[in-house]
Design a protein around this ligand. Structure first.
Ligand SMILES: [Zn+2]
Length: 585
């Protein structure tokens, strides 16, 4: 494919102190009345957003003639131009968002997703595009990283890149700044890791070495000794005072973590924060196969103007969540006990979510745009996480297959599904057909129960059959009362879980829980939830004094006996090993 005649986006710093980028867009062969728009979503993040709110000073000219853009809606414009003569646009984008989803320009870095910065040229978004990033003169030490294919770049990575279409441009974020940069080979592919915001104690070699193990284990998982589907891969990690998240792309990922979560030169043991970061790296990398290539048919081509619906996030996010920790175990970054601890946490998360009895995980997937991604105080009552419950569906499927025959397991099904769908769009029917073909029996009833109903999953018998002891331990006070709280300046009610004691008492999100009284006894001020254990009987009736919109309310609360949370422990190591150690493809 040639890129002659392709639209060129030149993205440069307009005013670093004002966090402004300037974009010059040249369209060599526009249509008459050419239209363009900014997306309302970034693939992988299931929420409609208003990126165009940060676009300003849009100007256009054709030859010497200035054109007046006509705005059509919140994110689309029409240019009163003639066909065939080069059209030049320029505009500014305010870039001051530290997340992985938008764009940020400041003293230490520039990071952007094309969905925030590059207007989609209607009618030309399925052909090649050029992105040009000139070297910023005031920052001679800055270098650039992206998954895009370089066309003509300097030693520091500035210059011209090519995308085969707008989808690829949107899927290849760009990061430049004073980057910490390291690289390694895995599966014959060069992997680059760049970090911004790292403290001086950051141990980059350790991060590289651990990441290499994760990548090698996953490439082996999907392809054995074969080659992975990308020719280069870039990890872009931004370390901040407090933050966590990641977004997957076809040959890169953007990550954010707390500085204290990075491995340090003086630490001999793995902190919880660093263990979580390794899990995030494993998760986003697994998406290289599961969601970026194997993907819902609805995502074969994104519609950038509206929600893109799928019922399958339980598969793409859930199965990825199942394998992210399992992959850490398989490359020895977790031991069996560590793995079971994380799995137990996922199980408790689902069991403590009343919304699992309201929505199936397929409905939760479809509704992600208005429920899970639009998190509010009622989310745990209204829906279930397709990450956590989806991971448990994967667990049930894996352990059921393993119970049938030693050569049957989810690893094999995923590899066969990859072959069946040629690493491309897939449907639930593809999964069901593959399960039938590989195992000789239908899984339709199982998937209907686990995915399309709100019935409980058969976790306990499956875990026991694979060498895991399921222990039930008394739950924490907040869970016992059916509450999520915020402590600090007083005791604030964040969420009241349906069916719990707090719900029965009439506590409400936003209430400040001031004090507790017992019949005939004095009242006691509460500053933290656990203070309740000091001033009230372990079970029985009390009065909760709350402030709601400046009104004082006395609510009768019955403190129930403790319920249970799950703890998983190793019961039969040899059985467990057979499951967790994995199977070469
Ligand atoms: Zn994910």
């Amino acid at each position: 494919m040639t890129s002659a005649g392709a639209p060129v986006y030149r993205v440069e710093i307009a005013d670093l102190k004002a966090h402004l980028l300037r974009v010059h867009l040249t369209i060599p062969a526009p249509a008459a009345e050419q239209e363009g728009s900014l997306p309302v979503l970034i693939p992988g993040s299931y929420m409609v957003r208003e990126f165009s709110g940060h676009l300003q000073k849009l100007q256009a000219r054709q030859g010497r003639k200035r054109l007046q853009p006509e705005q059509l809606d919140k994110c689309s414009w029409r240019l009163p131009c003639r066909a065939g003569q080069a059209l030049e646009l320029s505009y500014e984008v305010y870039a001051n968002d530290p997340s992985v989803r938008m764009a940020q320009l400041n003293h230490e870095r520039c990071f952007f997703n094309a969905t925030s910065v590059c207007l989609r040229v209607h009618g030309q978004d399925r052909a090649a595009l050029i992105l040009e990033v000139p070297p910023p003169a005031e920052h001679p030490r800055w270098t650039l990283a992206t998954g895009l294919e370089p066309l003509k770049v300097d030693r520091r990575g500035f210059g011209r890149y090519r995308a085969t279409d707008y989808d690829e441009l949107a899927d290849c974020p760009v990061c430049f700044g004073e980057l910490w940069s390291g690289q390694f080979q895995a599966g014959g592919v060069m992997h680059r890791f760049v970090v911004t915001g790292a403290p001086p104690t950051f141990d980059g070699q350790r991060l590289l070495e651990d990441t290499r193990k994760i990548c090698e284990a996953q490439i082996r998982f999907w392809h054995g000794k074969g080659k992975p589907p990308m020719t280069r891969y870039v990890f872009m990690l931004h370390a901040v005072s407090d933050g966590y998240g990641g977004l997957e792309h076809r040959n890169s990922t953007a990550l954010i973590c707390g500085r204290k979560d990075l491995p340090g030169t003086d630490a001999s043991k793995v902190t919880e924060g660093y263990a979580t970061l390794r899990g995030l790296i494993s998760h986003e990398y697994f998406h290289t196969w599961n969601v970026k290539r194997l993907r819902p048919a609805a995502f074969a081509r994104y519609d950038y103007t509206r929600e893109n619906y799928t019922e399958l996030l339980w598969f793409f996010e859930g199965f990825t969540s199942y394998y992210d920790d399992l992959m850490l175990r398989r490359c020895a970054l977790l031991d069996n006990a560590g793995y079971l601890k994380l799995l137990g946490k996922t199980i408790n998360q689902v069991l403590q979510t009343p919304g699992r009895q309201v929505q199936s995980v397929a409905q939760a997937s479809f509704d992600a745009w208005v429920k899970y991604y639009r998190h509010n105080e009622n989310t745990p009552n209204a829906t279930v996480s397709y990450y956590s419950k989806g991971a448990l569906v994967a667990l049930c499927l894996d352990l059921t297959l393993r119970s049938m025959h030693p050569d049957l397991h989810l690893d094999r099904i995923l590899r066969e599904l990859w072959q069946r769908c040629r690493g491309g769009p897939m449907s639930q029917d593809d999964l069901l057909e593959q399960l039938q073909a590989s195992s000789g029996r239908s899984f339709e009833t199982d998937i209907n129960h686990w995915v399309h109903s709100t019935e409980e999953l058969p976790l306990e018998p499956l875990l026991r059959a694979h060498g895991v002891a399921v222990l039930k331990e008394p739950d924490q006070l907040a869970q016992r009362l059916g509450l999520r709280v915020e402590e600090g300046q007083g005791l604030k009610i964040k969420t009241v879980l349906h069916g719990g004691a707090a719900h029965a008492a009439g506590l409400s999100p936003g209430d400040e829980w001031l004090a507790v009284e017992q019949a005939g006894g004095p009242g006691w001020r509460l500053r933290r939830l656990d203070d309740l254990l000091l001033y009230a009987p372990a079970t029985g009736k009390v009065q909760a004094l709350v402030s709601r919109d400046e009104q004082l309310l006395r609510l009768p609360l019955k403190i129930p006996a403790p319920g249970h949370t799950w703890r998983l422990a190793v019961q039969e190591p040899s059985l467990l090993e057979r499951w967790l150690a994995g199977t070469p493809s």
